[in-house]
Design a protein around this ligand. Structure first.
Ligand code: HEC
Ligand code: HEC
Ligand code: HEC
Ligand code: HEC
Ligand code: HEC
Length: 185
């Protein structure tokens, strides 16, 4: 968990104020990369809210100078691994599956190992990890459901994605998920 230049809290901005992930991470649905927000996004509010806060001084300095806030990356896969956010988010894999309860984190920490075994565990059988696409940033969604209920509903979603033919017949597309060249290109 690196020390960030500004003590930005997801627990406050997402958990309490209710901002959607995509307000700041605008590219998660459209690009491979999830992009940390530019300073202008913070200044939408912080021109008026807490305008003299010492904690926000680096944000105001960045706004004046045009130099980005030097956020430090928390997650970093090796360069030889290909990962793509939009491929997951637009198919019903929620942020919470990989990043945990970011809406409750004061400082973001890595929640999953991001190892090859971890990726493959889901790629071999994603059913219980899928949800309707419009719920991917709702980290509270589905908490009341059991694993079995999720897996059953997930198989219907896999059929919709073309990963299953009938409810238990994998397609060619499903076999690509465990193909080496899907993640090593
Ligand atoms: C108000 C803007 C804002 C919102 C809303 C927001 N984030 Fe962030 N996020 C940031 C900033 C700024 C950083 C970089 C600083 C840090 O890591 O805390 C960040 C970092 C992250 C990181 C770590 C990135 C890395 O360096 O590896 C993850 C994961 C993340 N956010 C997930 C989420 C999720 C999931 C949501 C919705 C539940 C969300 N964020 C909502 C601003 C936001
Ligand atoms: C939708 C409005 C909104 C946006 C956008 C927003 N914030 Fe905030 N932020 C708030 C509110 C409200 C508070 C609580 C202010 C208070 O407690 O007086 C706050 C508090 C903070 C604080 C604590 C300030 C202090 O002195 O305790 C920091 C640091 C902060 N925000 C950083 C950021 C950063 C960095 C961004 C951009 C990535 C951002 N905020 C985007 C509304 C916003
Ligand atoms: C299938 C797993 C998975 C899902 C789902 C996922 N992420 Fe990530 N996220 C990752 C991995 C892996 C990385 C590290 C990527 C790298 O280092 O190349 C990452 C990195 C990030 C980063 C740092 C910038 C970047 O792209 O490297 C942010 C911000 C982030 N994720 C936000 C989100 C948000 C917001 C959501 C939901 C809308 C989300 N992620 C959904 C696995 C996931
Ligand atoms: C929680 C489940 C889950 C995890 C964890 C996960 N994935 Fe995926 N991944 C999926 C699903 C679902 C798809 C969509 C398959 C499809 O629609 O064909 C996918 C698709 C992909 C694709 C194909 C993108 C494309 O369209 O060509 C790549 C590449 C990928 N994942 C890489 C990774 C890597 C690398 C990791 C680990 C760092 C990872 N995934 C972790 C569920 C997951
Ligand atoms: C779903 C994505 C995914 C698929 C499919 C995948 N890998 Fe990987 N692979 C990864 C990730 C992520 C890492 C990085 C692991 C880490 O940093 O701990 C990795 C690491 C590796 C490494 C480096 C291991 C090391 O210890 O340095 C090798 C070699 C490798 N993979 C070979 C393969 C081969 C061969 C296949 C096909 C049988 C394959 N991978 C399929 C995601 C994948």
């Amino acid at each position: 968990m690196p020390e960030q230049p500004v003590p930005y809290s997801h627990a406050l901005h997402v958990g309490e104020l209710g901002l959607d992930c995509r307000y700041c991470h605008t590219t998660v649905e459209s690009a491979g990369f999830a992009a940390v927000p530019p300073t202008a996004t913070c200044m939408n509010c912080h021109e008026k809210i807490a305008p003299t806060s010492v904690k926000l001084k680096p944000v105001r300095d960045s706004f004046l100078s045009g130099m980005p806030v030097p956020w430090i990356k928390v997650h970093d896969l090796p360069d030889y691994v290909y990962f793509n956010h939009s491929a997951h988010v637009t198919r019903g894999v929620s942020c919470v599956e990989c990043h945990g309860r970011v809406d409750q984190m004061v400082e973001v920490e890595q929640f999953s190992p991001l190892s090859m075994g971890w990726c493959l565990k889901c790629h071999r059988d994603p059913a219980a990890h899928l949800r309707p696409v419009d719920k991917v940033t709702d980290l509270d969604w589905g908490l009341e459901r059991t694993q079995d209920e999720k897996a059953l509903a997930g198989r219907e979603l896999m059929k919709g994605l073309g990963l299953l033919d009938t409810l238990d017949q994998p397609t060619v597309r499903m076999s690509l998920m465990t193909n080496c060249s899907t993640c090593h290109r």
